[in-house]
Design a protein around this ligand. Structure first.
Ligand code: S3P
Length: 440
């Protein structure tokens, strides 16, 4: 087991190239596998979660190789041409990989069994099983509604119209991916817009996908299936969800200044930046660009005292993975921060509401937990720290407490820190190079 202790940091300073976006990396690989011809992907996140997707598409018949310059080449099988895998597909810790892959398999006439680690085997799959059954797919071993599960893909799928009962980009994406190998028009209606990387990437691969805003604030998304996807090169932007740990660390450690080039700045992902600005953070944007349909931004930041805020509920889906690190920022702010409408956090790699509550309390922070909210009472003083926290198979919980250790009065130790490899394998080295004192 990996144990990391985070001691007081020196001011963090420098320029950091944040690793590639995890959501876009999974999608880039999966969509390439469904395309005819070759796709080159640069900036792919090379982490455990993404390796799971690479192994899965290889097992389904798409060769993948890495070149010396770090570019990944995928030789797509083409739509409808996936091979039945010869073994169980182990999806490790990755909910995105498992749920999106089920979407693809649902409309291919093959049978496959997916499993995962302890954390993934505890996560709900019914949310994708229910729409995918409507396409004609079948699931075996489905009584518990979680992995391991065998999917029997539909031999001749039918298009569906589905209104998402929850805001989930994974469920939406599973449906859109299933729609690609289905004749006719599939429609997904989302009540609250969630990250739209699948829609943007499909357009980049020549798919006609129609997105309309609806008066309730949601979106009506439609796609006509059985159109060939053309392999197209992809550059993956830096992951705002990984940048989040650097951003909060730089805001909290006095005297810090950081520069983060080309960070993915998709409007449906930047809720944390908006919230930190509401808390008084100085986050400057100074150069924007568009890479394969995704906005990116150069940002720079400097340490700023933060104040507690009430996070607007409607912002939850644009910062869903950032609540653990926001809770750390809130613990160091003056005043109370209220995060509501976040019950989905209980279904992530860990139950993040209770993991953050437990961890912050043992570090001396006052916290109130409810089924769908978390309230953190900041005093403006550095939290005491001096505790050992179990990462609970959750990379974001591990990194959040290591950031807290940089500014707490006494060091914080995180056990089970190997989970950080799922999204940010070089976290410790990058942080230490900037001025942190993380000891393995
Ligand atoms: C993701 C969507 C979000 C997010 C997850 C990645 C994606 O989950 O929490 O880390 O890549 O689509 P939900 O779809 O469950 O909201």
């Amino acid at each position: 087991m990996k144990i990391i202790t985070s001691c007081s940091a020196r001011p963090l300073s420098g320029k950091v190239f944040v690793p590639g976006d995890k959501s876009i990396s999974h999608r880039a690989l999966l969509v390439s596998a469904l395309s005819a011809g070759e796709t080159c992907i640069s900036g792919l996140l090379e982490s455990d979660d993404v390796m799971v997707t690479i192994r899965a598409i290889q097992a389904l018949g798409s060769p993948v190789c890495r070149e010396n310059n770090g570019v990944w080449r995928v030789f797509g099988s083409g739509l409808g041409a996936l091979k039945e895998p010869r073994d169980i597909l182990d999806m490790g810790n990755s909910g995105t990989a498992a749920r999106l892959l089920f979407g693809i398999l649902a409309t291919h006439s093959i049978t496959a069994t997916l499993t995962g680690d302890n954390s993934l085997r505890a996560r709900p799959m019914e949310r994708i099983m229910s729409p995918l059954r409507k396409f004609g797919a079948n699931f075996l071993g489905a009584e518990r509604g979680s992995l391991p599960l065998t999917i029997v893909g539909a031999a001749s799928s039918v298009p569906i119209e589905y209104k998402l009962p929850i805001a989930s980009a994974q469920v939406k994406s599973a449906i859109l991916l299933a729609a690609l190998n289905t004749p006719g028009k599939t429609v997904v209606i989302e009540p609250i817009p969630s990250r739209d990387h699948t829609e943007r990437l499909l357009r980049h691969f020549g798919v006609e996908i129609d997105v309309e805003e609806i008066s309730s604030g949601g979106r009506y998304i439609s796609v006509v299936g059985e159109r060939e996807l053309k392999g197209n090169d992809i550059r993956v932007p830096a992951d705002i969800s990984s940048a989040a740990f650097l951003i909060v660390a730089a805001l909290l450690v006095p005297g810090s200044t950081l520069h983060l080039p080309q960070v993915g700045f998709n409007p449906l992902r930047i809720g944390l930046v908006e919230t930190l600005r509401d808390m008084g953070a100085k986050i400057l944007e100074y150069d924007s660009a568009d890479i394969n349909g995704e906005p990116v931004m150069d940002i720079s930041l400097e340490a700023t005292p933060l104040v507690g805020v009430e996070v607007p509920i409607e912002r939850a889906s644009s910062m869903i993975d950032e609540y653990p690190i926001l809770a750390v920022a809130a613990a160091c702010a003056s005043g109370t921060t209220v995060m509501r409408g976040i019950s989905e956090l209980r279904l992530k790699e860990s139950d993040r509401i209770s993991a953050m509550t437990r961890g912050l309390r043992v570090c001396g922070v006052k916290v109130r937990e409810a089924q769908d909210s978390l309230t953190v009472y900041g005093t403006g003083e550095s939290p005491r720290g001096g505790a050992t926290i179990d990462a609970e198979n959750d990379h974001r919980v591990a990194m959040a407490f290591l950031v807290l250790g940089m500014v707490s009065q006494e060091p914080i130790t995180v056990t089970g820190a190997e989970t950080i490899k799922t999204s940010f394998p070089k976290f410790v080295d990058e942080m230490n190079a900037l001025g942190a004192d993380l000891r393995i």
